[in-house]
Structure formats: structure tokens, C-alpha cells
Design a protein around this ligand. Structure first.
Ligand code: 5AD
Ligand code: SF4
Length: 455
């Protein structure tokens, strides 16, 4: 933070006009939130934000390591900056995020992408002004090796992208070590923020007009475990719901092994909390779940789904599924199909297993071809499409509440229900970023169509 003024002075001499920054995010909502913090720092340094690479005076790639294809795509994107940097040598190129929390990736950037000026990981975003200062004053590249850091910085600047939607990180890191997952290695041990820090951030967002807030953590259900005060995630939600106003709270992600009936009861009793629960199941077979180190069985998973269905009217579920985990047989994969048909998720994020160096699963024998895994994935997508259509049809003629997200040139609007279904409608009145009541008239593709009843 001490270096902000120093860098500002350097930039004011270097650039006649206000310099431009482009922060490009790969990966999950947590990375989006980190990018908003990086933009907050850059704004304090005097940058304006741009989406154009050509107009940028600094480009920052905030990267993702979750699957191999994410990393390949990012390397492709970094490679494309070479020509730009040659044409514009004053431009700074920085790479941060999960991918560069792996030493072999940092080594590869050093060796194969020498035009990258700055590398820093996920745990020390606030170091950026110092690295820029050193780069400008010493003229040397600033490539940091992966660093573990456990303290949480409060009240850092943040430049939010959305005007009605925002996210709040309530915790960082993950202690679960699911056997396929790189996250615990790149994001480090689990740390929760203090409840009053979260409450104050939440309250100030609601007071400044935000209406759709997502609470983020790798496993929000273990919120509070490392705090001195006795508080769990259900208590935190209850606390946030005391803030007056019309808003909806989402949260991501929940681990099925830690989700409690108490949490379901809190959702039931507080209508500001979204009726959609994202509960990644990963696989439908107990042996595969055990190998994944998920620490629940399908029967335990179904218990909580059924309890939520009993308790919460209009509850819906979304999930993450991995097909083709090492050693998974076709018969075991069929259990995933059965589970999908039983739960009837409204949305599934499907992935083919990707081997991540350093994880336990990377050591396991994997003898199913990628082609076969793709076939399983396609079967699952087809089954899910039919389930989604049935969900969409079941809304016909119903009244729903939705937050209007976008106004199109033809005067139509796109709104989103709390269960993430998209609803399109046309109306002359001003509805943008407001909650509206709609009557569903039909469906178009994977969206619903509606007419406006009232605001
Ligand atoms: N391969 C495929 N998918 C993965 N995920 C995490 N690690 C891997 C991997 N190695 C998926 C999980 C997780 C989601 C965020 O990404 O489904 O819930
Ligand atoms: Fe990865 Fe499992 Fe942690 Fe989720 S809970 S981030 S899948 S290790």
C-alpha cells in the first residue's frame, strides 16, 4: 500500500494521458472477485479500465488451474501478447492467480514467455504496487515464486463490475483435498473472515443499491471453523438477513459432507436467501466418491436433498459432476445418470476429469479413453437437457419474481430468477436492475418468456 503514491508519481511522468489497464479473468467467481480487487488497486494508481488489449498500458491475466484445458487456453492467450509487447514495449504484462501458484508453471513462464514482466499468486494481490515500483525503478522482471500467506487483508480497495450484482468472499482456501482437485494446493489452507467484517461489507452493498449478493468460499459450509467466535455458516446467513431491504443472497460452493439441516431451516425461514442450492455431487457412485475423498455417500446426499425438498417450497438444486474419474467404469458412471434423474437438477456443470499434477488422483490408473469419456458426457448433457425442459414447462402460467439484468436495443429485458432461470419479457416501463413480478407465458430455447405484472 505504501507504494501506491510512488507508482502514481512514476506513471504521471511516464504517461501524458491517463493510463489504461485491462484485467482479464479466467475461471471461477472467486477469481472474478479477486480481479475486482486488482482493479480497485489499479484505479487507486490512477488507471482507467479498458477491455481492449491494444489500448492497455498494463494487462493482467488472472488465471485458473482447475483443469488442463484452462491452462492451455491461458498459455495461448499469453503467447498472443508477444507481438503486442514488441510493438508497445512500455506496456506491462502481469500474470497472477491460481495457475502461477505452481512452481512448474512459473518456471515455464520464465523460460518460454520472457516478455511477461510480473508474476504474483493469489495470496498477496496487494503486493502489485510494490512489484510495479520495483519493475519501473530497477528495470528487472518481478517473478514471484508461489507464496503461502494466511492473514486476510480487510478494507482493501475494490472496483466492482456489476451495479446490482456483487460477490463477497467470506473465506479463502480449502482443506478438503478431494483427490482430483488442485485448489487446496494453489489456494492454501482454509481461513474465514470475521463475521462483522462480512456483515459490514454486505450492509454497505445493500445500502448502496446492490440487490443480488453471492457469498463465496470453496466450501462455505465449513465457514467459521478457524475463528475464535462460535459461528457457523447458518448463523452467518441469519446475521446477514437482519439487514433490511429487498435483495437475494446466493452462496457457492457447498460441500455435501458439511451441509446441515440447520442451514436448510435457515433458508426455509429467510426469504432473502435464494431457493437454489448449489451442491456439487461430483459422482453418483459410492466407490468413486470414496476414491475422490468426498467423504459422503449417495444415500447421505439424497437425505439432505429430500429434507430440503420437504422443507423449502420451490427449492431447486444445481451441481457439479466429473465424468471419467480414474478407474470409473461405465456401470459406475450409470449411477451418475440415475442420480441426475432422481434429483432433477435445474443446472449441471459437467466436466471430463482432468489430471492435475501433484494431486492424489494423478497417481491413479486411468484406462478409459478420452473419446469414451466424451460419450458419457454427451449422454449426461442430453439427459439433463430434457430435465431442464421439464422444469421450464412446469413454470407455464406461474407468477415468478426475478431481478432484471439487461435491457436490449429492441426494448426487451432479460431477468434472472433466484434459481438461475433466465426470463425474457418486453415492456415500456423502466425495469433495469429492479425486482419484478412476471407471469410466465412459455419458453424459448433454454429461457422462459413472460409478461410483466408489476414492479
Ligand atoms: N477435473 C475435472 N473437473 C474438476 N473440478 C475440480 N477439479 C477437477 C479436475 N481435476 C470440477 C469439480 C469442482 C468444479 C469447480 O470443478 O466438479 O466442483
Ligand atoms: Fe476442490 Fe474439493 Fe476443495 Fe472443492 S472442496 S475446492 S473440489 S478440494
Amino acid at each position: 500500500m505504501d507504494y501506491i503514491q510512488e507508482v502514481k508519481n512514476i506513471l504521471s511522468v511516464k504517461f501524458e494521458n491517463q493510463p489504461c489497464a485491462n484485467v482479464v479473468t479466467f475461471g471461477c467467481a472467486q477469481n472474478e472477485n479477486d480481479s475486482e480487487k486488482i482493479r480497485g488497486l489499479l484505479a487507486q494508481l490512477g488507471y482507467s479500465m479498458t477491455d481492449s488489449l491494444e489500448n492497455s498500458d498494463i494487462v493482467i491475466y488472472n488465471t485458473c488451474a482447475i483443469r488442463e484445458n484452462a491452462e492451455l487456453k491461458i498459455f495461448g492467450n499469453i503467447g498472443k501478447l508477444k507481438a503486442l509487447k514488441a510493438a508497445k514495449p512500455d506496456m506491462l504484462i502481469a500474470v497472477c492467480g491460481c495457475m502461477v501458484m505452481q512452481q512448474h508453471i512459473v518456471d515455464k513462464i520464465k523460460k518460454s514467455y520472457p516478455f511477461v514482466d510480473i508474476v504474483f499468486g493469489v495470496n498477496n494481490l496487494e503486493i502489485l504496487p510494490l512489484l510495479m515500483y520495483k519493475k519501473y525503478t530497477e528495470g528487472k522482471k518481478q517473478i514471484l515464486p508461489p507464496q503461502e500467506k494466511t492473514d486476510i487483508i480487510e478494507n482493501a480497495p475494490i472496483l466492482r463490475t456489476g451495479r446490482s450484482k456483487a460477490s463477497i468472499s467470506i473465506m479463502f482456501g480449502c482443506d478438503n483435498f478431494c483427490s482430483y482437485c488442485i485448489v487446496p494446493y494453489v489456494r492454501g489452507r482454509e481461513r474465514s473472515r470475521k463475521p462483522m467484517d462480512i456483515y459490514n461489507e454486505f450492509k454497505s452493498l445493500i445500502e448502496s443499491g446492490y440487490k443480488d449478493i453471492t457469498l463465496l468460499g470453496q466450501n462455505v459450509n465449513s465457514y467459521g471453523k478457524n475463528l475464535e467466535e462460535k459461528i457457523d455458516f447458518a448463523d452467518l446467513l441469519q446475521l446477514l438477513c437482519t439487514v433490511p431491504g429487498e435483495y437475494v443472497i446466493h452462496f457457492m460452493s457447498s460441500h455435501p459432507k458439511d451441509i446441515s439441516k440447520k442451514l436448510i431451516d435457515v433458508i426455509r425461514d429467510n426469504h432473502q436467501i435464494s431457493r437454489r442450492i448449489h451442491l456439487p455431487v461430483q459422482a453418483g457412485n459410492d466407490r468413486v466418491l470414496k476414491e475422490m475423498n468426498r467423504r459422503y455417500t449417495i444415500s447421505q446426499y439424497m437425505d439432505i436433498i429430500n429434507y430440503a425438498k420437504q422443507q423449502i417450497e420451490d427449492v431447486s438444486f444445481s451441481t457439479d459432476i466429473i465424468v471419467g474419474f480414474p478407474g470409473e467404469t461405465f456401470e459406475e458412471y450409470l449411477d451418475t445418470e440415475k442420480l441426475v434423474k432422481d434429483v432433477r437438477f435445474t443446472q449441471i456443470f459437467n466436466y471430463i476429469y482432468s489430471k492435475r499434477t501433484g494431486t492424489k488422483a494423478a497417481e491413479m490408473e486411468d484406462n478409459i479413453s478420452h473419446k469414451e469419456k466424451s460419450q458419457w458426457l454427451n449422454r449426461l448433457i442430453k439427459i439433463q437437457q430434457e430435465i431442464v425442459f421439464e422444469h421450464l414447462n412446469s413454470y407455464n402460467g406461474k407468477q415468478v419474481r426475478a431481478l432484471v439484468e439487461e435491457r436490449h436495443r429492441d426494448g426487451s429485458y432479460t431477468a434472472r430468477m433466484a434459481n438461475n432461470f433466465v426470463v425474457k419479457f418486453t415492456d415500456d416501463s423502466e425495469c433495469l436492475e429492479k425486482f419484478v413480478t412476471l407471469e410466465i407465458t412459455g419458453k424459448k430455447g433454454t429461457s422462459l418468456t413472460a409478461k410483466l405484472l408489476n414492479k
